[in-house]
Design a protein around this ligand. Structure first.
Ligand code: TRP
Length: 460
């Protein structure tokens, strides 16, 4: 029967609590910072279309598979995979999937925290009215000053990691769900305010066209891989974050409905962010492909010119920091849950250990924007010619580790797990929607991931 095991870490108070926590994990820097800049770098429309397609046919089914495994195993991803593999008579090496997830989460958080630090420093920059009346040039030079200063980046990165570890140490139900419930709607409102500003910026049509008019000449095989990788990244899939959250989900909640709800909210936030940013890009003659600094070089222009801009700007970055915060805890939760289960550590101690390691790894990203900005490890491969350490870390995790993790999750849920087990856990009967799901994870997801991989490899 569904939910017969209990998690030693506790359970969400309700299905809504899970939706909030999963949305908190999904909605983050990926939607507001990363989506616009990679869409800009990869030519817009066609990229966005591929991304949306990946959300629908790969993302949602994999999210269901991940929640399903988590709820059935009710432990950290490593132990969940071990238990389920034994139960379903599969190889014991499936637990390596849990390990790969822990590694991916650790690597992602190491740079995620540095970017969240940028957002934190922008709370003060916008709030003090620093951007008032500035042109694109002025805004750009403020951004460049920030990232060229390793000490400042390090200080913010450190603060953000400490904030993350405090929440993680207090456990999964520490009140973060309440914060998400309050803050997510405010984030929506402020995104609408920004879209409203963009509407009047004079280049709204151009922004909309850029985002939604597919120009298939503008996207490469590598761009397709980046779009697919981002579908995993933005939904927090492929590394066990959603699996571990699923392990705290009450047994009677519908996995399909919750997964669809979370995916829809996540996608909406990303599209709103795109609609807010690209009109500003075009109205000010900026480069859509400006890279990781895109939102920090565009939105402050809007805040500098709109009424009450300092207030809205500050609020926006506060919310962005919260969104990043509720995502970052899910990146480290699999590791912490495992340290508690297998190493007998207390949550507090486990958080300190995992947090310190992640913080140290983050130094690579801090330095890759300044002192080590010329370190291009893979400069001999054309596609990666300009990739800094940060770019490579992001590429490796989002575009390789997550899709690979997702592929294996799909294979396990649809090929290794018995039909009876998945019918039972999904709880929607052996009817149309169950069959559709099974077909997608059995055939479509694995084949799509492999084709996209092969296409991208052929570029090297
Ligand atoms: N989805 C989050 C974002 O868009 C980031 C994130 C949180 C994540 N947990 C994850 C990404 C797990 C990959 C895997 O900002």
């Amino acid at each position: 029967m569904a939910g017969e095991r209990e998690s030693i870490h506790g359970q969400w108070s309700s299905r809504l609590a899970f939706i909030l926590a999963a949305t908190g994990s999904a909605v983050g820097l990926g939607n507001i910072w990363k989506f616009p800049y990679i869409a800009g770098e990869n030519g817009g429309g066609a990229f966005v279309l591929v991304y949306l397609l990946c959300i629908a046919v790969i993302g949602i089914p994999i999210m269901m598979a991940e929640v399903l495994l988590g709820r059935r195993g009710r432990q950290s991803p490593i132990n969940t995979m071990r238990t389920l593999a034994a139960e379903e008579g599969a190889s014991k090496y499936w637990r390596l999937l849990g390990w790969a997830g822990v590694l991916a989460g650790f690597l992602i958080l190491s740079y995620y925290s540095v970017i969240a630090g940028w957002a934190m420093s922008y709370v003060f920059r916008t709030g003090s009215g620093l951007f008032t009346g500035l042109t694109a040039d002025g805004v750009q030079s403020i951004f460049n000053n920030l990232i060229s200063d390793p000490e400042r980046l390090l200080a913010w990165h450190t603060l953000f990691m400490v904030m993350t570890m405090i929440i993680v140490a207090r456990g999964v139900r520490s009140g973060l769900e309440k914060a998400v419930k309050l803050l997510m709607p405010i984030l929506f409102v402020i995104l609408f305010v920004l879209v409203g500003y963009a509407w009047n910026s004079g280049a709204f049509d151009e922004g909309v066209k850029f985002l939604f008019q597919p120009d298939f000449g503008a996207i490469t095989a590598n761009g397709v891989l980046i779009a697919m990788g981002h579908a995993f990244f933005t939904l927090s899939l492929g590394m066990g974050a959603i699996m571990v959250y699923g392990s705290y989900l009450p047994g009677d909640a519908s996995i399909a409905k919750t997964s669809i709800a979370v995916s829809l909210m996540d996608t909406t936030v990303a599209l709103l962010a795109g609609l807010a940013i690209f009109p500003i890009v075009f109205a000010n003659g900026l480069e859509p492909g400006a890279g990781p600094g895109l939102i920090f070089q565009t939105l402050p222009i809007a805040f500098g010119h709109m009424q009450y801009g300092a207030f809205f700007g500050m609020l926006f970055f506060v919310l962005l920091v919260f969104a990043a915060w509720s995502s970052s805890i899910s990146l480290i939760e699999p590791a912490v849950a495992w340290l508690v289960e297998n190493k007998g550590m207390t949550r507090v101690y486990a958080s300190i250990v995992a947090g310190f390691a992640t913080w140290a790894m983050g130094l690579l990203t801090v330095l890759s924007f300044n002192l080590w900005s010329d370190v291009k490890l893979l400069s001999m491969i054309e596609v990666f010619e300009d990739y800094t350490l940060f770019d490579l870390l992001d590429y490796l995790t989002a575009n390789i580790m997550l899709p690979l993790g997702g592929l294996l999750i799909a294979v396990f849920a649809a090929w290794k797990m018995s039909r009876a087990s998945s019918v039972d856990e999904l709880g929607m009967g052996d009817r149309f929607f169950y069959r559709l799901w099974r077909f997608l994870v059995r055939y479509i997801t694995p084949v799509a991931v492999i084709i996209v991989f092969l296409n991208a490899i052929s570029l090297i």
